[in-house]
Structures are given as structure tokens and as C-alpha cells.
Write a protein that binds this ligand. Structure first.
Ligand code: HEM
Length: 389
């Protein structure tokens, strides 16, 4: 049997375990009692390791635009460079040329994930499906400042200093090839007050991530990893990044029961309104004494549930964000959706929610981008080498 450690390709004595649900993590210790855990996520694996690992406490996403004159050979050089950086940074070592080597530290669960936008495949061919801009939804108010991008680099770690340091290194190494077009920083808390892993909460206060396919199950694998498409992409996936503004002021005007009805789950522990515990199955047929559906017709949990969507699933990992301008604050969610097939899995869900979701009253998508995430690499190899080598 594959152990969790093998599955994730984690390095280190006590590796971090599986994320069950976008932040609902099982800490990977073989001992019956939870131990303090060295937070090391190895850089290698069949898949880029951060995807199935627990949500990082801090993360930064940088989208870059390829410079005029970029070509396949240049991209290959950049991926070799980045792969070396990724190995060093994950290990807590300074990458070659690091002007601030003292900021490279170990045991902060540092991960780097790299993605390619559609433009990359104009240079290389062998484009996976689903990378074109998503159709604009009725409720979208997209700002080009948060949208698109030719390359994505996403760094996560327990520690914000490490994130900023790693991003600085990776962006500096990309300078001859590409320049940043947007940056988004976010945060997530997947640890309860007792130090144990929990499903985290978004800024509405909702437990967010419960309905995800559990990492390590066949359901997770078939949801996330690409098995068709070009050969080089086997073991890769696609990532949709949506920057979703959340109106906390008007949300706060609702009663608690109105807030719960909008989603169909309890705020206390994320349980369905028809159940008691977070992971109880939803009863979508249940009605109250007045004959009303307990999980309302247009509630988010009903409309997004796989049983209402021909079995379609995605793997979501949110990052909360705040954006301050002087005394003013905007809050929201950097919504990250991983799936093997954007058109077959993500888009129908998105269209359904856009058409009817009660939550639309308090949420507005202001940024959108889609990337192909190449498979992972092994020692001696490098990212996307079967595309660019
Ligand atoms: C700011 C925007 C959003 C918020 C606050 C939000 C919040 C939530 C919450 C609280 C749940 C229930 C707990 C859980 O299973 O995680 C949930 C479930 C879910 N959401 Fe969202 N969501 C947002 C946007 C979206 C979008 C854009 C999509 C897809 C296009 C989506 C797809 C789903 C799916 C698939 C589920 C799980 C359904 C199941 O139980 O099978 N959500 N979301």
C-alpha cells in the first residue's frame, strides 16, 4: 500500500499529511497521538506537490507575461532554473544568486506551483484543452488587472517572510523571459485552537472545503489529474483562479439563519442544515413543517452539489484576501479550482451558480485566469521537461 508520505513525495522525518478538503488536513504522523510536525513538503513527485498538500497559511500568486521574443528554448531554460530554485527553497537552502540567503529557512512547508497560460502553447504546441479565457458570467465584473497571464507561480508557506523571499527569487530569475502582470496574496487557517487540522473558514465565517473529494481517494484522482490530452501533460491538472470580492457589510446585515439558509449549511461547524456533523451527507429532499425545502432551492450547497450536477466535481482550495486602500478595505476569496477538465467539470458548475446562486448577492468575481499545471518532476528532472526538453 502506498503510504501518505510516498504518495505526496514528502521529504523530511515527519511529513505533512493529506488535505482532506481544501484545508481539512490530516497531519501525517504515524504515531497514534499527534506530534509536533516538521513542516516539509518535498519538491518532487508525480504531481506538483502543493496541489494535494494542505492549504498553506500564507500564499502569493504571481502571473507573468512572456516578453516579446520569448521562445521554447528560453522557456526550457527558465523551467530548469525554477526547478533548481524550487528544490533549494523547499529544502530551506538559498537558491544560486540569492541576495538575501538568510531568509531561506526550512520547516515552513514551502511549496512552489507553476502554471502555463494559453500563450505558452503558441510557442510549444501540444496545448491541453480548456485554457482559453472563460466566458464572462452575468455577475462577473472582471478587472484586467486581476485577469489572464502567460505563466503562474504560486508560492505557499506557513510563514509570510518565506513566501515573499521565494517569490522575489523566482520572479528575479524570470526577468529575462517574463514580467509580472498581477500578484495576489492570501491566507488560510487550517488549524484549530487545539493545534489539530480543521477545514478552514472564509471571511463570511463559513466552513469552506467540506464537500471536496478527499485527497488520496480514486475520486480525488479522477477529479484532479489529467489522463487524456497531450502525453507530456499526464499527471498535470488545470487551475482556475477567480478573485471573488465578498461584501462583508451587507452580509453582516443578515440574521444568522438567513446566512445559513443562503448556503444550506450551519455556521457553527459547517454541517448541512439537515444534519449535525460537518461531514454528514446533505438531505436535499428534506422539508420543514411548513413544507419548505430545508436546504433551499437556490442555496449554494444544493446548486454546487455533485448529485445536482451529473456527478461533476472540482477540488477547491480558497485563500482569503484583504485589499486595503488607505482606510478602506475590500475582502474576498481567491478561489482556486483544480480539475482535469475545465469545460467538462468547472464551467457547467460556474454557469449554474451564476444563474441562480443566492450567494451572488454578496459576491462578485473581479479576476479570472486559467492555467495548465504541468506534472511534477523527480530528482535529476525538471518541470515540463517532456514539453520543453
Ligand atoms: C466567494 C465565493 C464562494 C463562497 C463564499 C463559497 C462558499 C462555499 C461553502 C461555504 C460551501 C459549503 C462547504 C463546502 O463544501 O466547502 C461551498 C461548497 C461548494 N462550492 Fe462554493 N463558494 C464560493 C464560490 C464557488 C464557486 C465560484 C464555485 C464553482 C464554480 C463553487 C463550488 C462549490 C462546490 C463544488 C462546493 C461543494 C459542493 C458539494 O458538497 O459537493 N463555489 N462553497
Amino acid at each position: 500500500m502506498t503510504t501518505r508520505r510516498q504518495f505526496f513525495g514528502y521529504a523530511g522525518a515527519a511529513a505533512v499529511g493529506a488535505a482532506a478538503a481544501g484545508g481539512a488536513v490530516a497531519v501525517g504522523t504515524d504515531a497514534p497521538e499527534a506530534q509536533p510536525v516538521a513542516r516539509v513538503v518535498g519538491p518532487y513527485g508525480e504531481h506538483q506537490p502543493a496541489i494535494a498538500a494542505p492549504s498553506p497559511k500564507n500564499a502569493e500568486l504571481v502571473a507573468l507575461k512572456l516578453l516579446p521574443g520569448a521562445d521554447k528554448a528560453g522557456l526550457g531554460r527558465l523551467m530548469r532554473l525554477w526547478s533548481n530554485d524550487i528544490v533549494a527553497l523547499a529544502d530551506g537552502r538559498a537558491a544560486p544568486g540569492d541576495p538575501a540567503p538568510g531568509l531561506a529557512v526550512a520547516n515552513v512547508a514551502l511549496t512552489v506551483t507553476v502554471g502555463f497560460g494559453a500563450r505558452v502553447f503558441e510557442l510549444t504546441g501540444q496545448k491541453p484543452a480548456g485554457l482559453d479565457d472563460l466566458p464572462v458570467m452575468k455577475h462577473d465584473r472582471l478587472d484586467p488587472a486581476w485577469s489572464g497571464g502567460d505563466l503562474l507561480v504560486m508560492v505557499g508557506a506557513d510563514d509570510a517572510v518565506s513566501v515573499v523571499h521565494a517569490v522575489r527569487r523566482l520572479v528575479a530569475d524570470a526577468k529575462p523571459f517574463a514580467t509580472p502582470v498581477w500578484r495576489q496574496t492570501g491566507f488560510w487557517n487550517g488549524t484549530g485552537s487545539d493545534g489539530q487540522p480543521v477545514t478552514g473558514r472564509n471571511l463570511f465565517g463559513q466552513v469552506d472545503g467540506t464537500g471536496n473529494p478527499a485527497v488520496g481517494t480514486p475520486e480525488f484522482d479522477s477529479t484532479v489529474w489529467s489522463t487524456d490530452g497531450p502525453d507530456w501533460f499526464r499527471g498535470g491538472t488545470t487551475l482556475v483562479v477567480r478573485r471573488i470580492r465578498m461584501n462583508l457589510d451587507t452580509w453582516d446585515e443578515l440574521t444568522r439563519s438567513e446566512q445559513e439558509r443562503a448556503v444550506g449549511r450551519k455556521l457553527s461547524n459547517g454541517a448541512p442544515l439537515t444534519g449535525a456533523a460537518e461531514h454528514d451527507e446533505l438531505d436535499l429532499q428534506a422539508r420543514d413543517a411548513g413544507g419548505r425545502l430545508v436546504i433551499a432551492e437556490n442555496s449554494h450547497a444544493r446548486l454546487s452539489h455533485h448529485s445536482e450536477n451529473d456527478g461533476r466535481r472540482i477540488f477547491r482550495k480558497g485563500l482569503n484576501y484583504v485589499q486595503d486602500t488607505g482606510p478602506n478595505r475590500e475582502s474576498g476569496l481567491i478561489f482556486l479550482s483544480y480539475q482535469a477538465d475545465v469545460a467538462g467539470q468547472f464551467l457547467p458548475l460556474l454557469a449554474r451558480l451564476d444563474a441562480a446562486d443566492t450567494l451572488n448577492e454578496w459576491t462578485t468575481t473581479i479576476g479570472s485566469a486559467v492555467f495548465a499545471l504541468p506534472p511534477g518532476f523527480q530528482p535529476g528532472g525538471w518541470l515540463a521537461q517532456y514539453l520543453l526538453g
